[in-house]
Ligand binder design. Structure first.
Ligand code: ZN
Ligand code: ZN
Length: 414
């Protein structure tokens, strides 16, 4: 009989030895009785999300970990963000991550997040959606607000390419950038032109909008321009159902991760209070995962908090996030039949607190299940993982290993 599996990704959990904390990593310093128990009874090793030294974005790392070669299928971040927001792209569409920002009269950016605007977003989006693209034939544009200042911008029409640069300069005190084609194609030129026209028009439509006039009156920053980044095009993946014939569900709060899971054909389960931040609903995630594995063969569970702390360079916050994850895992395994279920815990990359970004180091991984050898490792962390019985694998190997244990993999050869 085939077994079930839960794959838990603690985003950016891996780290480097931190001098100020006695050369410990946050995972090493954290009190993690549940992770330690699973590590001792299971397989432990290191995992290179892509390959040694390659610094991955969360998007390509998740593709690899879920068994898709990102070098073959990755089509830009915008399309994953769109899928995460539940927007169906069509072949030919180009999607961008977009955000409301605040600019001065001379277009200098004052705030890339428009004071993290929370109200009036629907009205502003309606105004933006009146914009018509005139400089390029047969192209229309749609803006979908998601959370706070964030949204997805989609250009539809013929002959468009994702090979264009961002309008978002990723800093304040400068003007929005002009999007440029990144190759010599007509498609890239058309896309850049349409995006530049849209950006200009977004300012004209938004600057005197009643919502913004009201915001200025009460001392808030107006949301008076749309900045775009991370162009992506439509792409398709073979779903888990098609690849392995299994039913799958995903628990994730971050749009990008949701997008990868949705394209992989997973059912998305929303957890109340799951924020993608440090204060997410850890207990709710554990309970929903325990409930889901009763109805699905494979459940994917993502926690963002560790990556947030890593980007903030906050050792203590990262330790706390890891301890919260450990409690979440304790609560989850209490509700599981461990004779029937494989539990895998790893990260999608390291986000070292002294680097404050994703590094190309390997991350620790553990696989616990009814037929795994015991590593006898007492503390789950980066250092001990290098001595574990799983040795060193790549992200793309994980699904092969899991489907092998689950008893659902195809034989290669006769
Ligand atoms: Zn990540
Ligand atoms: Zn990150």
């Amino acid at each position: 009989m085939s077994k079930k599996a839960i794959l838990i990704i603690c985003d950016g959990m891996g780290d480097r030895p931190v001098k100020e904390y006695d050369y410990k990593t946050p995972l090493e310093a954290a009190n993690t009785p549940n992770l330690n128990k699973l590590a001792e009874e299971g397989l432990v090793g290191l995992m290179d999300p892509i390959s040694p030294g390659i610094r991955p974005g969360s998007d390509v790392a998740h593709l690899a970990i879920l068994g898709y070669n990102p070098y073959e299928c990755y089509a830009g971040r915008g399309s994953l963000e769109a899928a995460g927001a539940g927007i169906q792209l069509k072949p030919g569409d180009i999607a961008f991550r977009a955000n409301f920002a605040t600019v001065n009269e001379d277009l200098t950016i004052v705030d890339r997040r428009a004071g993290r605007i929370k109200t009036g977003i629907k009205e502003l989006a309606e105004a933006i959606n009146q914009i018509k693209i005139e400089s390029v034939n047969g192209v229309s544009v749609e803006f979908y607000p998601t959370i706070e200042h964030r949204g997805v911008l989609i250009f539809r029409g013929e002959k468009l390419s994702k090979n264009v640069s961002d309008t978002d300069p990723h800093e304040i005190g400068v003007k929005p950038l002009k999007s440029k084609p990144l190759d010599d194609s007509v498609e890239a030129e058309r896309m850049a032109k349409a995006l530049n026209e849209f950006t200009e028009k977004s300012f004209h439509v938004l600057k005197n909008h009643q919502i913004n006039l009201n915001r200025v009156k009460i001392g808030e920053k107006p949301a008076n321009i749309i900045l775009a980044r991370g162009a992506g095009s439509y792409f398709k993946l073979k779903t888990f159902q098609e690849k392995y014939g299994i039913k799958t569900a995903a628990i994730a709060a971050v749009a990008l991760v949701k997008g990868v899971c949705r394209i992989a054909g997973m059912e998305i389960i929303d957890v109340k209070g799951a924020t993608g931040g440090l204060n997410t609903n850890f207990n709710g995630k554990a309970d929903e995962a325990a409930k889901a594995i009763k109805h699905y063969d494979f459940v994917f569970l993502h926690v963002k908090a560790t990556d947030v702390a890593g980007h903030d360079g906050n050792f203590k916050a990262k330790v706390e996030a890891i301890e919260n994850i450990d409690k979440m895992i304790g609560r989850l395994i209490d509700q599981l039949d461990l004779n029937e279920t494989y539990v895998t815990i790893t990260a999608d990359h390291c986000t070292p607190i002294n680097f404050k970004d994703h590094s190309g180091d390997p991350v620790p991984i553990l696989i616990h299940g009814p037929e795994t050898f015991h590593s006898e490792i007492k503390k789950f962390c980066e250092k001990t993982a290098s001595q574990g019985n799983l040795c060193r694998i790549k992200g793309i190997d994980i699904m092969a290993i899991l489907t092998n244990y689950m008893g659902i993999s195809e034989k290669f050869g006769y």
